[in-house]
Write a protein that binds this ligand. Structure first.
Ligand code: GAF
Length: 384
């Protein structure tokens, strides 16, 4: 059953009536290269995935909002009821935690008056696997609200509003990559996003001889929540000590010249970011030329730097990358997303996919799952 049909079914079971009259979806993403560079105003190169969060629903009279998640993985209550915000009573985060993404987006949505609504949310993006289940939820909610009460924000403004919702209502000081590509993703293309200017250059990625393979380690370490804001702060402090507004403006020479003013940890963090921004620009060029060997080499450098300098990898991700790199036909492999578990992304020849999956299964000490993916379109309205 498609995600949308499942959402419809849950809607009918929960709310009955004629069924929903609005249906939208927004994709998760995989980042090919450019990790922890977005909040340093650098480059990232993600693509939107065919995995999506779907939201279906209907306007209701009054100010009530009722939302149900159809996700099996959610252990908290699956239904939430609240009132639309007013200037005197903004929507604050609370429980269940999944509903904070919904509340955050409603709170930051500018067009008014919003009608009440009842809706169901279902996702094929695995939760907490580093494939942007949160951003796809935020962008799906925003796209849903646009159908109820159209706004005049452009697509970048929409991504920025969803990022803000994550900051204020989920407490994660994320960069713009995930929401950006969930809104602006293009079929058959990765997006080179300049996170300073918020301009994106589509890079074709539709060679039938090439495959993007995602491997889910199916582990998530508890460090994720606390370490991300720490990394972000370390980068900001390093930039300030280098006299730069962000690490985007720093070179390795600047960093080496300032070595005695930065502690060793801060030095390593800045080292990763400065080189990763360069690597990402180089990787986008390599992809445009079809220079897959070069692209793969940069992916491996990126992984090693995330492991050694940024310290956001973990034993399971390192194992998966090492196993993938043993397979003939694999160009490169690296962890993807925030780190401390989640997924790796591997670029390989199409004829090597079966072998690669088999080999990774044999070598990995855990139970991996795999997605063979192609770049998909960003958020969109679905026909019911
Ligand atoms: C998470 C964040 F949400 C992104 O903004 C980005 O920083 C990423 O980690 C690391 O590259 O997905």
């Amino acid at each position: 059953m498609t995600v949308c049909r499942f959402a419809n079914m849950v809607y009918l079971q929960t709310f009955g009536g004629q069924g929903p009259d609005v249906a939208v979806c927004a994709p998760g993403r995989v980042n090919l290269i450019g990790e922890h560079t977005d909040y340093n105003q650098g480059f990232v190169l993600p693509m939107a995935l065919p995995l999506v969060t779907v939201m279906v629903g209907t306007r209701t009279p009054g100010q009530d909002v009722s939302v149900v998640t159809g996700s099996e993985a959610v252990e908290e209550p699956k239904r939430v009821d609240f009132l639309l915000p007013t200037p005197d009573a903004p929507l604050a985060p609370g429980t269940p935690s999944w509903a904070n993404y919904v509340k955050g987006v409603i709170q930051h949505y500018r067009a008014r008056p919003l009608p009440g609504f009842q809706a169901v949310i279902v996702s094929s993006v695995p939760l907490g696997a580093g494939l942007s289940s949160s951003a796809s939820l935020e962008v799906a909610v925003y796209t849903f609200l646009q159908q109820l009460c159209p706004d005049d924000a452009d697509k970048v403004g929409k991504a920025v509003a969803c990022q803000k919702a994550e900051h204020t209502h989920a407490g994660v000081p994320c960069g713009i990559m995930d929401q950006f590509v969930s809104v602006l993703g293009q079929e058959s293309h990765a997006l080179l996003i300049d996170c300073r200017t918020l301009e994106a250059t589509p890079v074709p990625l539709a060679d039938p001889g090439l495959v993007v393979l995602i491997t889910n380690s199916n582990v998530r370490h508890s460090l994720t929540g606390s370490e991300y804001p720490t990394r972000r702060r370390q980068c900001e402090e390093a930039a300030a000590l280098l006299g730069k507004s962000s690490l985007r403006d720093a070179t390795m020479k600047d960093l080496k010249d300032a070595e005695d003013r930065l502690d060793a940890v801060m030095y390593r963090r800045a080292h990763h970011v400065i080189e990763e921004i360069q690597r990402t620009a180089g990787a986008a060029e390599a992809l445009k030329r079809g220079a897959y060997q070069q692209f793969g080499k940069l992916m491996v450098e990126s992984h090693n730097s995330l492991r050694d300098h940024y310290e956001v990898s973990c034993a399971e991700l390192d194992e998966l990358v090492a196993a993938a790199l043993e397979v003939d036909g694999v160009y490169g492999s690296r962890m993807t997303g925030g780190g401390f578990g989640g997924c790796t992304v591997t670029l390989l020849r199409a004829d090597a996919v079966g072998r690669a999956i088999q080999h990774i299964k044999e070598r990995y000490s855990g139970a991996p799952s795999f997605y063979i993916t192609t770049p998909a379109q960003g958020a969109r309205v679905l026909r019911l």
